[in-house]
Design a protein around this ligand. Sequence first.
Ligand SMILES: Cc1cc2nc3c(=O)[nH]c(=O)nc-3n(C[C@H](O)[C@H](O)[C@H](O)COP(=O)(O)OP(=O)(O)OC[C@H]3O[C@@H](n4cnc5c(N)ncnc54)[C@H](O)[C@@H]3O)c2cc1C
Length: 464
Amino acid sequence: MSSTRLTGALAKLAAKLAADFGSDSVSLCPDTLRAFAADESHGLPSLPGLVFWASSTAHIERALSLCSALEIPVTPSGARTGKSGGAIPTHGGLALSLERMNRILDLSPGDMVAVCEPGVITADLIRAAQSRSLFYPPDPASLEECTLGGNVAENAGGPRAFKYGVTGDYVLGLEVVLMSGERLRTGHRSIKGVAGYDLTSLFVGSEGTLGVVSEITLKLLPLPREVATALFAFPSVAHAARAVSAILDSGFLPRTLELLDDTAIRAVNGPGVDLPPNTGAALILELDGDERQSLQNGLTRLARTCELHGLCESRIATDEGDRQRLWQARQRVARALKELKPLKFSEDIAVPRSRIEQAIERVKALGAQCDLLTATYGHAGDGNLHVNFLYDREEQIPRVERAVEGLMDIALELCGTITGEHGVGVTKKRFLPKEIGDQSLHLHRQLKKIFDPKGLLNPAKIFE
Ligand SMILES: Cc1cc2nc3c(=O)[nH]c(=O)nc-3n(C[C@H](O)[C@H](O)[C@H](O)COP(=O)(O)OP(=O)(O)OC[C@H]3O[C@@H](n4cnc5c(N)ncnc54)[C@H](O)[C@@H]3O)c2cc1C
């Protein structure tokens, strides 16, 4: 559509939505449009023409059917913490915010399910479940800000994914509004159910390109009574990677198994963290269960196992304050890297667990080849690594882009993937064909056409 026609159509849309749902449900204010132009990725910002805050499924239905008739592109928006540019309105049009749909509609200890609107903040559901002795395990590091709708759209993971799985493992059913404005229900409230194609799984991870999620039915677990946390320091990543295998071979399934490499350690080490100066890698691990003492004993046994792999120091938390202190190293890392170099490009890949050591070695070689400092940390338990390229000046970006391309090759050559949890969005779509191939890409396009024949819903995301 030409830009003049789009502007005219947007004016019509704004007037209709304001008349139907009140003037505070829409905004054309430049500051607001700017706020919706970007997320937390490196994707280029792009202004929407209009922002609309839906307060109910009926609002989403109306907005999408109007946009469909007026041929206006729509970008669903949660909290815009996405790291692959999914919520950037690349083609302008309407930014459809779900943040006002933030009610937990049902939390049932009997069925062990929660039914939520898409704008519920992830940590709010975790706390609400906890207050009923229930557990919602997915824990993206952004959990105090991101929304369940965004988590479903990205199939978000987090440190606990190693033991408990990712968002998709908890989604029993969805209510989705299609671009035509029709409402669709998928899945069930029962824990089991295999009727028909698994459309729920198709929507999970579809990055807002197939439909707008308006209600989510999630499975909950009993809350583990106790959690025990330890930090193990090693002389090198190679030692730590071998220790990861030994930990798993010893029959334990930690709920988190986080790794920091030497550069990440260098960035975070200091008062409060105080790791020995020769630390070249660290693991932060947690066991959960019912008996505090048996968890502590488990960590002591794991420390002994790790001694065979060069463990230079083990710290086992004895109370909640201690636990928080051990986590500081991991929590500080993203910000602390900026103290090493002012600029960073943060990427997310996953490799089979047995290839972690090789992956980190190759990342270091790639960094040296591109003359960039690298720092790698992440979820060692499931091979999901966050690789950071650190640099000084904007002019170095072409070099960083070359390094990112090399990183994607490393992930694929090691039988991994270009994204473990952040999604493809706009920032990684040029690499997707390399991973999935032409036949699968063709099928992706056909599926998109079935749900959104005019290509109006979150266009230019995942693939062109
Ligand atoms: C500091 C930080 C730490 C992070 N840590 C993690 C982590 O540990 N694990 C992880 O997986 N991610 C992590 N992320 C990335 C991000 O938080 C997740 O991808 C999250 O799921 C995005 O949620 P959101 O509400 O911000 O969605 P947005 O960024 O607003 O949107 C993300 C995508 O979802 C679509 N979308 C949003 N709502 C809906 C809806 N209702 N229906 C359909 N589509 C929708 C959007 O169009 C977009 O494509 C982190 C980000 C930051 C900034």
